[in-house]
Design a protein around this ligand. Structure first.
Ligand code: GTP
Length: 335
């Protein structure tokens, strides 16, 4: 696909909403913003940015909660596309965050949530958006349980005719939900009132349906990594999709990978099951076992401990012999 058919790709910008509190991942999100939690070897935010076109002009990060931590991290670890942080003093919601950070957006621009883990062809999404020539295109993922999401009703041309937030299963219009990545005409931002919290989904979307919003049905994997279980499921999908690095076991450990191992990890005599991320400087003592989990920078897993389906926050300490199953644990004093 040539860039001619897509318009001037180099001018494309993206707006990433990254200002939420991540309450469903507490207590770890008291210490670290959700988007910096590593999965399959790197922070969630970096997997999100991987979905954007490589020649993107810039991604504007609409930050809020822990904005200074995010700004410091991206400055120290430059992502593959240029990023610029625009913090908001008060939480402005999804629509308000777009308005606050969207001053210089391209036309059209990409807008995405910061916890979308997916396999998608962004060029195909942009091409569909160009062809349909509406006000925007929303990617849609097919899920069985639609109740936590915004659900789209579509006509034969995939135009979204109705959008229902968090419907009861018996009234859900389809199984196609807002996947958290859309393309919008810049004029969409003009319709958002400035300086106050605005929900994009409930306050802005209705008028956009009238102007012509189309759905793009995703075929590859998709997960919203906003809860502990879904974050670990997203990690598994990334590893299985080959986006988790080599996955080799740490030196001196046995068992089964993939394990994404940070720098300075010590895990001699430990055993692993599949789908583990170990942050920098993690210590896993002899006889400990970890599977399907994330263990963040500087954490210590004591001898003989057993950690499964769990998220262990930065510098947290799991006692020798302790069993963690589907737990989320932060350093003492942070949870
Ligand atoms: P929970 O508190 O666990 O629901 O997580 P969350 O705060 O991330 O909320 P949710 O997953 O519903 O948010 C969807 C996306 O919008 C995420 O990428 C959030 O970071 C982002 N977001 C939510 N509220 C705001 C806000 O007030 N401002 C900005 N800039 N982004 C927001």
């Amino acid at each position: 696909m040539g860039s001619d058919s897509l318009g001037p790709m180099t001018a494309m910008k993206a707006l990433v909403l990254i200002g939420g509190f991540g309450t469903r991942l507490r207590p770890v999100t008291y210490t670290i913003p959700k988007q910096l939690i590593p999965i399959a070897g790197k922070p969630m935010l970096y997997h999100v940015l991987d979905l954007l076109p490589p020649d993107l002009e810039e991604a504007v990060l609409a930050t809020g909660y822990k904005s200074a931590e995010i700004a410091a991290y991206v400055a120290a670890h430059p992502p593959r596309v240029p990023v610029r942080c625009v913090p908001e003093a008060e939480p402005l919601g999804t629509g308000g965050g777009m308005k606050n950070a969207g001053a210089d957006m391209s036309d059209p621009f990409i807008c995405m949530n910061s916890d979308v883990i997916a396999e998608l062809d962004i060029h195909a999404v942009l091409e569909t958006n160009r062809r349909k020539a509406g006000v925007g295109t929303m990617t849609l993922a097919r899920v069985e349980d639609t109740s936590p999401y915004g659900v789209a009703a579509l006509d034969a041309d995939d135009r979204i005719t109705r959008f229902v937030e968090k419907p009861r299963p018996e009234v859900a219009p389809s199984h196609w939900i807002n996947a958290g990545l859309s393309v919008w005409r810049r004029s969409v931002l003009d319709g958002i009132p400035p300086g106050r919290p605005v929900s994009f989904e409930t306050e802005v979307m209705p008028s956009l349906l009238e102007r012509g919003t189309y759905g793009f049905r995703l075929g590859g994997f998709w997960e919203d990594a906003g809860t502990p279980a879904r974050l670990l499921r997203a990690q598994q999908l990334l590893f299985d999709g080959g986006r988790g690095g080599s996955g080799a076991l740490p030196v001196g450990a046995t068992g089964r990978g993939p394990v994404a191992t940070g720098t300075g990890v010590s895990a001699r005599g430990a055993t692993f099951g599949p789908y583990v991320t170990l942050g920098a400087g993690v210590t896993v003592e002899a006889g400990a076992h970890i599977e399907n989990s994330v263990v963040m920078d500087g954490a210590i897993i004591g001898a003989g401990a057993h950690v499964a389906g769990s998220i262990v926050g930065p510098s947290a300490r799991i006692a020798a012999g302790q069993r963690l199953d589907q737990a989320i644990v932060a350093e003492e004093g942070n949870g």
